[in-house]
Design a protein around this ligand. Structure first.
Ligand SMILES: *[C@@H]1O[C@H](CO)[C@@H](O)[C@H](O)[C@H]1NC(C)=O
Ligand SMILES: *[C@@H]1O[C@H](CO)[C@@H](O)[C@H](O)[C@H]1NC(C)=O
Ligand SMILES: *[C@@H]1O[C@H](CO)[C@@H](O)[C@H](O)[C@H]1NC(C)=O
Ligand SMILES: *[C@@H]1O[C@H](CO)[C@@H](O)[C@H](O)[C@H]1NC(C)=O
Ligand SMILES: *[C@@H]1O[C@H](CO)[C@@H](O)[C@H](O)[C@H]1NC(C)=O
Ligand SMILES: *[C@@H]1O[C@H](CO)[C@@H](O)[C@H](O)[C@H]1NC(C)=O
Length: 404
């Protein structure tokens, strides 16, 4: 026995690994690859490739080996209809690599009447959606915006992640979603990095990233140009860090809206730091409806750069989305422990206050801290001013000055 048997065992180990990673599937260091082309995709931007995507997904998801990969190769455009990729998968992690362009059908070609989503990833653990800086996801939103009313329902979110744990989304360009570009709901442990979201300033309800009922989220090193919120942190979200994100055009970063239709919404542990707002309609905003309940607390905004941003700092407990609402109901979502530190730059506010803390008398805002803020006007715009109603605030070195 001895040396000879040992060599045999080593050799068998090597052969076995070759068989698992190789065979009919092209091999990849990280795991077997399932190219949508080998599952029948055409990639001419006209032929419907939905079935091929689903077949590649199912094959990868059913793989027991570590980190199988669905691969969407570079240099082709794949037309994909509404689709839901579902888990749980057999492997504890799975990669969806998009190096080409995935394009949605024009509105008239949708068979589903009031779709909520275009590409949905549901109930998947350890999903990595990666674009290596070249992949594109194009929702063809202009077909939807043309006939959009104020209401976003019935228009699809481009990419939706539901009920997920340990999700990574990176290196993709997200273009022209009919509605939100990326939505997270019931997710835990999310890393979104190096993405570029782009839709026109005038496109309705095209949030960059919208999170709800999710926790442990890091959004960083990304550029988000849209017609609506850059990032919207909705009810049930906690422990979110947003760092090195450049927003604009769009409506800035929003906590909320919360408490609509009397809902109980809870948001806490949100940190926005080292972010830039370029020509946005708002900067950092907390918006809650009258009549709701719950809280928005332990929120910090720090090291923010403003470049010609309108309405840089807002707490609005009377949010009403432009509609006529019954003002001042007895209940409201409680806003507390909010810190603004080192917020510098320029605004184009005219009639509005550059800092507007607008809280209700029944549920005032408490422990609001403003420290080291300097907001000045873009040349030829009026000198900024601040407004503070029903907020208990500690103010240090803040321009424009604020009396609460
Ligand atoms: C999420 O998945 C779990 C099982 O892992 C299930 O019990 C739960 O109902 C799902 N939640 C939602 C909101 O779908
Ligand atoms: C957010 O940052 C805080 C403070 O640096 C850290 O404790 C927390 O783990 C971070 N959370 C996420 C989800 O990155
Ligand atoms: C506040 O939120 C941060 C995450 O942004 C978290 O690390 C910290 O523990 C929270 N503090 C309290 C008192 O809840
Ligand atoms: C401040 O915000 C409140 C609530 O949205 C709004 O009604 C008010 O007009 C704003 N005031 C100024 C001066 O910006
Ligand atoms: C605020 O910023 C302006 C423009 O950069 C600068 O001239 C001014 O000195 C700053 N004020 C304070 C109090 O830092
Ligand atoms: C006020 O700001 C200055 C300069 O950043 C800082 O040194 C000081 O600690 C702050 N004071 C309070 C009470 O936060």
């Amino acid at each position: 026995m001895g040396i000879f048997a040992c060599l045999l065992i080593l050799c068998w180990g090597f052969l076995a690994s070759k068989l698992v990673n190789g065979g009919l599937l092209s091999s990849h260091a990280a795991g077997p690859t399932f190219d949508v082309m080998t599952f029948g995709a055409v990639g001419d931007g006209k032929t419907d490739d939905t079935k091929a995507f689903m077949a590649a997904w199912k094959a990868a998801c059913n793989q027991g080996t570590i980190n199988p990969k669905v691969s969407v190769q570079q240099g082709k455009t794949y037309l994909v209809n509404q689709i839901q990729f579902e888990g749980p998968c057999r492997s504890p992690s799975i990669t969806f690599e998009i190096l080409g362009t995935i394009i949605a059908p024009p509105k008239a070609a949708w068979t589903s009447k009031n779709p909520d989503f275009w590409l949905s990833f549901y109930h998947i653990n350890g999903l990595n959606v990666v674009g290596n800086g070249i992949g594109v996801v194009n929702g063809q939103g202009s077909y939807w915006w043309a006939t959009a009313t104020g209401d976003a329902t019935g228009r699809p979110t481009a990419m939706r992640f539901g009920n997920c744990t340990t999700l990574q989304v990176s290196g993709l360009k997200h273009v022209n979603s009919p509605r939100n570009h990326v939505t997270l709901y019931y997710c835990k442990g999310v890393n979104i990095a190096n993405i570029h979201i782009n839709a026109p300033q005038t496109s309705p309800n095209t949030d960059g990233i919208n999170t709800g009922h999710s926790t442990d989220i890091h959004i960083h090193d990304s550029i988000i140009e849209t017609g609506d919120d850059c990032v919207a942190v909705s009810g049930g979200t906690s422990n979110v860090n947003i760092t090195h994100v450049t927003c604009g055009p769009g409506h800035g970063i929003s906590i909320g809206s919360l408490g609509q239709n009397g809902e109980n919404d809870e948001v806490q542990g949100i940190s926005v730091s080292s972010c830039t707002f370029k020509g946005t309609e708002n900067g950092v905003r907390i918006k809650t409806w009258q009549g709701g309940s719950g809280f928005a607390r332990n929120i910090s905004f720090s090291d923010i750069t403003l470049i010609a941003a309108d309405n840089p700092i807002i707490i609005d407990q009377f949010y009403c989305n432009g509609k006529i609402c019954q003002i001042a109901k007895a209940s409201a979502v409680k806003v507390s422990d909010v810190t603004y530190t080192r917020i510098h730059g320029t605004t184009i506010c005219r009639k509005n206050a550059a800092i507007n803390l607008s809280c209700s008398s029944t549920v005032p805002c408490t422990n609001i801290i403003l420290n080291n803020i300097n907001i000045t006007a873009v040349a030829s715009y009026p000198t900024p001013f601040a407004r503070c109603v029903n907020a208990q605030a500690k103010v240090n070195l803040t321009v424009p000055p604020l009396k609460c």
